[in-house]
Design a protein around this ligand. Structure first.
Ligand code: 4NP
Length: 149
């Protein structure tokens, strides 16, 4: 799960997908990273933590890390929260960038629509609830679409 800061959207996506896969009994490795690296080592944004907690998910132990080109070797599938994130992933990945394993997360819930999860970073708490709802729906669809693979 990849966004720009790995501080607002992708930590929610990591926490939500891990919670759903654990409950479904799936042994998937779930991780998140950010393309800009400005917040490396930090906990998720306090509003992401708050909204996750209101939905029964504790993401407080997650730590921000920078997306690296080796992530293309490590993971079967890489989801971007928005299309600008994919452009950054291409720049970081260079020769390792693999379009066949990259998709926008919301395409799992809304196939082919290429929708972004709006960045709540510059806004207030409702933006984090909106991000949570979109990510939750996408992760629910993701498991239904891929659990048999
Ligand atoms: P995120 O939001 O990509 O959802 O984590 C952002 C957080 C921080 C910054 C940009 C986006 N930033 O530029 O510091």
């Amino acid at each position: 799960m990849v966004c720009l800061g790995n501080i607002c959207r992708s930590p929610l996506a990591e926490g939500i997908l891990r919670d759903k896969t654990t409950k479904a009994g799936l042994n998937w490795e779930v991780d998140s990273a950010g393309t800009n690296g400005y917040h490396v080592g930090e906990q998720p944004h306090y509003l992401s933590q708050k909204v996750a907690k209101m939905n029964g998910i504790d993401i407080s132990s997650q730590k921000c890390r920078h997306f690296v080109k080796e992530d293309f070797d490590r993971f079967d599938k890489i989801y971007a929260m928005a299309s600008d994130v994919i452009e950054e992933m291409k720049w970081i990945g260079k020769d390792k960038y693999n379009a066949s394993i990259v998709d926008l997360l919301l395409n799992e819930a809304y196939p082919g629509k290429n929708m972004d999860i709006p960045d709540p970073w510059y806004g207030t708490e409702p933006g984090y609830h909106k991000a949570y709802q979109l990510i939750d729906a996408a992760c629910e669809a993701l498991i239904k679409n891929h659990w048999g693979e």
